[in-house]
Write a protein that binds this ligand. Structure first.
Ligand code: APR
Length: 179
């Protein structure tokens, strides 16, 4: 499914983010940038040791929750990886929505900084961090739509979803944006 906003499109697909041929992919990292399982583990495995070397050298203090930092893509097809730190879900009253929003938004700002026309995102915070998928989908897609409407870039934002549940949740929200 895809929806066009001006010159930009927001696209949904089901699959593995490590295989995406885009300028940048976002990672769902932790604030220590210490690596982990889930999508973080998969990205580091495919990209190779360059990623961890760069995060250790460039960001020895890690990255605060709600923000993101850039490295190159190592052996990935993508030129850059934006390591985004989403919030751990704690009931919804601890500022989780704002933090998730700013994690996505920082990645989109990094796209502008690094001249990336295309970026792929996983559903940040919806795995180990426990963010409810439908709420996360609403935040992710709203940030993406608002950003492309404001800046007319990047030209492509793709959400790469790993399960039927994630695909369904994102599709429902994106459909509602076209009504
Ligand atoms: N491609 C796309 N999406 C994936 C992939 C993949 N290869 N592997 C997992 N996912 C999906 C999960 O199904 C989930 O919907 O990514 C989403 C985010 O899940 P997690 O990877 O668990 O990330 P998150 O919930 O943000 O937790 C971050 O987990 O791995 C650790 O180091 C990471 O501590 C950090 C925490």
């Amino acid at each position: 499914m895809l929806v066009q906003f001006g010159d930009c499109r927001i696209e949904l697909c089901q699959g593995d983010i490590t295989e995406q041929e885009v300028d940048a992919i976002a990672n769902a990292a932790n604030d220590l940038l210490a690596g982990g399982g889930g999508v973080d583990g998969a990205i580091h495995r495919v990209a190779g040791p360059t990623l961890m070397n760069e995060t250790r050298t460039l960001y020895p203090d890690g990255c605060p929750t709600g923000s993101a930092v850039a490295t190159t893509g190592g052996r990935l097809k993508a030129k850059y990886v934006f390591h985004a730190v989403g919030p751990i879900w704690d009931g919804g009253q601890q500022g989780e929505a704002k933090l998730l929003e700013s994690a996505y938004r920082t990645c989109l700002e990094l796209c502008r900084e690094h001249n990336c026309d295309s970026v792929a995102f996983p559903a940040i915070s919806t795995g180990v961090y426990g963010y409810p998928m439908d709420l996360a989908a609403e935040i992710a897609l709203n940030v993406a739509r608002n950003f492309v409407v404001e800046y007319n870039s990047p030209k492509l934002i793709r959400f790469v979803l790993f399960s039927d549940g994630a695909s369904g949740a994102f599709a429902r929200v994106l459909e509602s944006m076209t009504e």
